[in-house]
Design a protein around this ligand. Structure first.
Ligand SMILES: [Zn+2]
Length: 128
């Protein structure tokens, strides 16, 4: 005779525990060390394997993303832009359209549009 309280409910308890301690498996590990409950151990293993699967998926996604040549190119350009932007010092007016800023204003550009246009201009210059 099938006992509904045996295997099925054990699996449910493992699932529940794994879910409960997903964010804090160390606590569950402590609990298992104290009580030596098989369910705790199973839940721990479940959390571990889920975390590993998630990490594998993440690594795979990263590899796929950075594996695209144009993305590397974009990243390199982005870094160059940022490096250049960081070397600029406030000169009291917009680097792109030369609009004057109020005294003491430490801005480099009037707004994001000017910054983007300036970066684009610099990029084109450097290409030549
Ligand atoms: Zn401007």
């Amino acid at each position: 005779m099938f006992n509904p309280n045996s295997q099925q409910s054990t699996l449910n308890q493992v699932d529940q525990k794994a879910e409960q301690y997903m964010g804090n498996p160390q606590e569950l590990e402590q609990k298992y060390k104290q009580n030596q409950q098989l369910i705790d151990l199973l839940a721990l293993q479940k959390i571990k394997s889920q975390k590993e699967a998630a990490a594998r998926e993440m690594a795979l996604k990263m590899a796929q993303q950075t594996g695209k040549p144009q993305t590397i190119e974009q990243q390199r350009e982005q870094q160059e832009m940022t490096a250049k932007a960081n070397r600029l010092t406030p000169k009291g007016c917009c680097y792109y359209c030369e609009e004057r800023f109020p005294e003491g204003d430490k801005k480099l550009f009037c707004d994001r549009d000017c910054a983007t246009d300036y970066e684009e201009e610099q990029r084109l210059k450097n290409r030549r």
